[in-house]
Design a protein around this ligand. Structure first.
Ligand code: ZN
Length: 457
């Protein structure tokens, strides 16, 4: 008797599905709240906007806002999230790319708008990106990642800016984290965004087949204008056919739009000078008004006793008196007095940090170079004498030493970056930092910490 209502529900749901026709697309398990999506997206957007040139043009801004707004208005009621704040920004870059951040921000590269043959094609890309946001793929992906990786993502992005030269590498690392955690999704998520995107397009009065056509347009681009979008949005297989099949199930709500606005926007874009194609104009990661630390600060000497800390995929022994960062996220270990905090900035002058970074390259040497390059970008004064072969946790590793002037103390410091790869190709790093003047004390400590590291992936 108690099961009766359940049976009734099941029977009711069948005809509903059959009537609506479209493929159901559901949200995944997600341990974050929608408010956290918004917060993560805001933090990430602040980084993006520091690093990428924004095309500021009233006409184009107005156009992309109207296009995006039309798609947001067409969201199915069950996919509306009142907390989300959508924004649409055109980046002054020729790349064929677009991406979405959790909670609302969408970025479209001008190259993408210029390459679209019709407004519907451009709308197709925006609808796909919008779908990643409403399906909360960024945080769903972080939910599915290992605890260690979640900590890394949330720590790097929510923890925001870590000051000092060591901090710069970490904060820059979150740029990597962005690129891989929030900008690159599984094929399953891609398929879902294609499907929901097609459904949104139809509701907004666009022919969803134009979205399928856009992916053809992108595929057709090659050579020097390789479509970055294709590498961050992997084809789930038969993308073109799947979207067209879905399109056949959908009814376009109004007469398909035929707007002359799009061609005038393209003409306007062609008249605006482009930014350099690669974002070399990156400013150092904001230091938020960091102040030099007062002199005479005392840092507790490392204990000769060690304790072993187990954190998901790594275990590491550190001096017993070193404190672990309160968010297990960072896996930062520092002596008392070595952490500088002020104006929302946190940095350490002595200690170690273990973390992972998903790099573009799967080759240890190139992946390490990527990290060093980013470090140098925000610390132009840092000098590296190159990397040498090493082992870390029994794996082939590289050790790179960087000399720098600490932004906290103004004193010369040595940053030692050790890198090795996890089984899945993710780069694991161990950063050790101490002032040059105190290396005699810290070098042997760092060596012992490195030797104790074990990876269990
Ligand atoms: Zn995608």
């Amino acid at each position: 008797m108690s099961r009766e209502p359940f049976i009734v529900l099941v029977l009711l749901s069948l005809p509903l599905l059959a009537i609506s026709g479209q493929t159901p697309v559901d949200v995944h398990r997600n341990k974050y709240t929608p408010a956290q999506d918004v917060q993560l997206g805001r933090q990430a957007a602040a980084e993006v906007e520091q690093q990428q040139p924004i095309l500021r043009d009233g006409e184009i801004d107005g156009y992309i806002d109207a296009l995006g707004g039309r798609l947001v208005d067409a969201l199915p009621p069950e996919r509306r999230n009142p907390e989300f704040r959508y924004s649409f920004t055109v980046l002054n870059q020729q790349e064929l790319n677009a991406f979405a951040l959790p909670g609302g921000p969408i970025y479209v590269y001008r190259g993408m708008l210029e390459a679209s043959n019709t407004e519907g094609e451009a709308a197709g890309v925006v609808a796909h990106e919008l779908s990643h946001i409403v399906l909360r793929h960024g945080t769903a992906q972080a939910t599915a990642a290992s605890k260690f990786q979640i900590g890394q993502v949330a720590g790097q992005i929510l923890g925001s800016i870590v000051g000092g030269s060591t901090g710069a590498i970490i904060a820059q690392g979150s740029g990597f984290g962005l690129g891989t955690y929030f900008l690159k999704y599984s094929r399953e998520f891609e398929r879902e965004s294609d499907l929901l995107g097609a459904q949104i397009l139809a509701r907004a009065g666009y022919d969803p087949r134009e979205m399928a056509q856009m992916f053809r347009t992108l595929e057709a681009q090659g050579g020097s204008r390789a479509p970055e979008w294709m590498s961050t949005h992997p084809n789930p297989g038969n993308r073109y056919e799947t979207i067209n099949r879905e399109a056949a199930l959908l009814r376009v709500e109004t007469t398909p739009r035929r707007s002359t606005a799009f061609s005038s926007i393209q003409a306007r874009l062609r008249s605006i000078p482009g930014a350099r194609s690669t974002p070399q104009q990156t400013r150092p990661v904001s230091t938020g008004g960091r102040r030099r630390n007062s002199a005479g600060r005392s840092v507790e000497l490392p204990s000769s006793q060690y304790r072993t800390v187990q954190a998901d995929i790594v275990s590491v022994a550190v001096p017993a008196n070193w404190q672990q960062d309160s968010t297990d996220a960072h896996l930062t270990f520092t002596p008392a007095g070595a952490v500088y905090q002020g104006n929302g900035v946190s940095a350490f002058t002595h200690g170690i940090q273990v973390g992972t970074i998903s790099t573009q390259s799967r080759d240890l040497a190139s992946a390490t170079e990527e990290v060093v390059r980013l470090f140098n970008r925000s610390n132009p004064g840092a000098r590296s004498s190159g990397s040498r072969r090493d082992t870390l946790a029994g794996r082939p590793a590289l050790r790179t030493e960087l000399t720098n002037v600490s932004e906290v103390t103004g004193q010369p410091e040595l940053v030692t970056l050790s890198t090795a790869q996890l089984r899945d190709g993710t780069l694991l790093y161990l950063i050790a930092t101490a002032p040059q003047a105190e290396l005699r004390t810290y070098e042997s400590v760092f060596q012992r910490v490195r030797q104790s590291l074990q990876i269990n992936d």
